[in-house]
Design a protein around this ligand. Structure first.
Ligand code: PLP
Length: 636
């Protein structure tokens, strides 16, 4: 547990149990009421064949834990409730979930269901997001906010006004000044009185990676001059009372409460100015930015950590707004936040397998082989070997490395000219490897080939270098003794993970037992944690690897403490081909005709059924039993 800092990033949901497996407490610290769930048991239940009582799902696998979502929502709400109460703040908190963080149907439905007790709403940033938010909120609290952010055209604005007509508590937030003309025009046409918000470009700037949305030159929001023009235009249209919400977003992963207080304080001044100018202001929406401690370090100067708790975050927000509004005798506004990362990150775990591992394996040379190898060398190469050998006996290790590199370069030159054979090149590699080991600079890092696509499942690692905790989910009672990097299935050199939390360029891993992996006899499962936000929404289809299988797991009274309430296999090769406009049925027909032409009879039927299976299976490495080769060779 210490090695992988599980207690740092995992508390209160993840820890290591006495069997050496990761265990989950979906209800957080509330352990007395609930038993812990062994993650390995969930993986076995999902992946064991149906004949063995499993669900027969192929890995990679996303395990969703709705109980964790519930706990995150409740914790956020109670952090604000506590801050409001202890600081005598006179309005309430009601958050919204920005659906862009994870638009999965069950995630959004769960958030609306669990949050309806405390008026939790949704934020949309595009037309399809608005459609899904509208339909989900029909089952939520009538007071829940539907915040419409993002760039808007007439269709988006009309849709938001329709939402208002459907009695959803809708706010159209102006991201650009031009949107106002459309809002005024369309709302008059539809005879709907809109509730309008304005997104302010704050001067406060967050310096980390996620801060590029903030500051005067940030991508979104209105400058002070633009906000003033909006106020005047609304006044002229007799609609200044419609302006009721001030929104801003400093950036995701706000590192410290000092920066947070600074930004919120600036926004509170703008809020009070809007009140002074005659708007009927009611809500201050502080955007997202509540961060996650991905490495458990509680550091304030890193993109992957934050130096505060939920309680400290809420307290800083309430305090900053309280001070400004009380000083200016402005009624305290309702507090809204758009926390995405902090709500959904913990609720899903990506589990994948290491299929094999390899280390650079140059052949070892016996003394006899070495002698005949040296004798076979051309004179100039033999001279370099002589220098290497003398440097070694004189214990001049830097020189050894120098001559070993020279030997390698010269040999490759000769190989390219056709003057050296493959056996000699392999022997040179073996010799250089021996030298590295002898002088203590050999690279012992193994490559673990994982049944996963980094581009599909961990896109932020590839795109912005974001680190997530990656940990074996079992064998944690055994000391891992191999340093490894993870290399994925795509044919892309970027498809690897070679940076880990703690700043390490390799991860301590266990040796694979037996053949290991997807087609071998024993399994080595790794989990990527805290990836519930953004990763699923951003992931792509590089090499046509689609999404993982997904299960939804609830805590229950059953002997293992959990029940699987939904199991969805990942997309098949046919599903993914369809996304690229291929037509698997037509493709199959073409191939079937070809098989009939070339094989005929029973053999062509066997080929066709093998092909059909390939369309039907997931693109990831499959267990040997599911590839259908046996059936084919028998029939052939
Ligand atoms: N609101 C807005 C406007 C955003 O741009 C974002 C994300 O960047 C969020 C909310 C969610 O932020 P976070 O995931 O940091 O809570």
């Amino acid at each position: 547990a210490c090695l992988y800092r599980v207690d740092g990033w995992g508390a209160p949901y993840f820890s290591v149990n006495s069997s050496g497996n990761i265990s989950v407490r979906p209800h957080g610290a509330d352990t007395l009421l609930h038993q812990e769930i062994d993650l390995l048991k969930i993986v076995k239940k999902a992946s064991d064949p149906k004949s063995a009582g499993g669900l027969g799902l192929q890995l990679p696998l996303v395990i969703r834990l709705p109980d964790v979502l519930k706990n995150r929502l409740e914790s956020l709400q109670s952090a604000f409730d506590l801050a409001i109460k202890s600081q005598d703040y006179t309005a309430h908190y009601q958050g919204v979930y920005p659906v862009k963080c994870n638009q999965d149907r069950y995630v959004v439905e769960d958030i609306v269901k669990f949050g309806s007790l405390f008026r939790f709403g949704l934020e949309a940033g595009s037309k399809p997001e608005l459609l899904l938010a509208m339909s989900c909120l029909c089952k939520g609290s009538p007071e829940a906010l539907l915040v419409c952010n993002g760039f808007k055209d007439a269709e988006y604005i009309s849709l938001a006004l329709v939402a208002k007509q459907l009695a959803l508590n809708t706010v159209i937030v102006l991201e650009q000044e031009e949107e106002l003309d459309l809002v005024i025009e369309i709302s008059k046409k539809l005879l709907v009185r809109p509730v309008i918000g304005v997104r302010a470009k704050l001067r406060t700037k967050h310096a980390g990676h996620f801060g590029s949305t903030s500051g005067e030159k940030g991508k979104f929001g209105l400058t002070t001059t633009q906000i003033l023009r909006v106020v005047r235009k609304l006044e002229q249209a007799g609609m200044l009372d419609c302006l009721q919400l001030l929104h801003f977003h400093i950036g995701s992963q706000i590192p410290s409460t000092a920066l947070l207080s600074d930004g919120v304080g600036e926004a509170a001044q703008i809020y009070c100015e809007l009140v002074r100018l005659g708007a009927q202001m009611k809500i201050i929406d502080i955007g997202g930015g509540l961060g996650i401690d991905y490495d458990g370090s509680k550091s304030t100067d890193s993109d992957i950590s934050v130096g505060y708790s939920l309680e400290e975050y809420a307290s800083a927000v309430v305090h900053a707004i309280h001070v400004v509004c009380t000083n200016r005798s402005v009624k305290h506004p309702v507090l809204c936040s758009e926390s995405g990362r902090a709500i959904v990150s913990h609720h899903s775990i990506l589990v994948f397998e290491a299929a094999s591992s390899s280390v650079y394996d140059a052949p070892a040379l016996s003394n006899l082989e070495l002698q005949s190898f040296v004798d076979s060398l051309k004179e100039d190469v033999r001279a370099i070997y002589g220098n290497l050998s003398s440097a070694y006996w004189r214990l001049e290790y830097d020189n050894c490395l120098f001559y070993a590199e020279q030997l390698k370069q010269k040999s490759i030159e000769l190989f390219k000219e056709g003057l050296m054979g493959m056996e000699q090149i392999a022997a040179v590699d073996g010799l250089c490897d021996l030298v590295s080991k002898a002088v203590g600079v050999s690279d012992p890092v193994h490559t673990y080939h994982v049944n996963l696509s980094v581009f599909t499942s961990i896109p932020d690692f590839w795109g912005i270098g974001q680190l997530f905790p990656i940990v074996p989910i079992h064998r944690l009672d055994e000391r891992p003794c191999v340093r490894g990097i993870l290399s994925d299935l795509t044919c892309d050199s970027d498809g690897k993970i070679d940076k880990f939390i703690g700043g390490d360029s390799s991860l301590l891993l266990h040796e694979l037992e037996g053949k290991g992996g997807a087609s071998g006899s024993s399994h080595y499962y790794l989990g990527m944690f805290l990836g519930g936000a953004y990763e699923e929404a951003i992931g792509g289809l590089h090499n046509l690897f689609g999404g993982p299988s997904v299960i939804r797991v609830l805590q229950s009274e059953s002997p293992h403490g959990f029940a699987v309430t939904l199991a969805v296999p990942g997309p098949s090769s046919a599903d993914i081909l369809r996304l690229m406009q291929h037509e698997p049925d037509l493709m199959m027909e073409t191939l079937r005709d070809r098989a009939e032409g070339y094989a005929g009879g029973m053999a062509s039927m066997a080929l066709a059924s093998y092909l059909a299976r390939s369309f039907h299976n997931m693109p990831y490495l499959a267990p040997a039993s599911s590839c259908g080769l046996n059936a084919m060779s028998k029939s052939c």
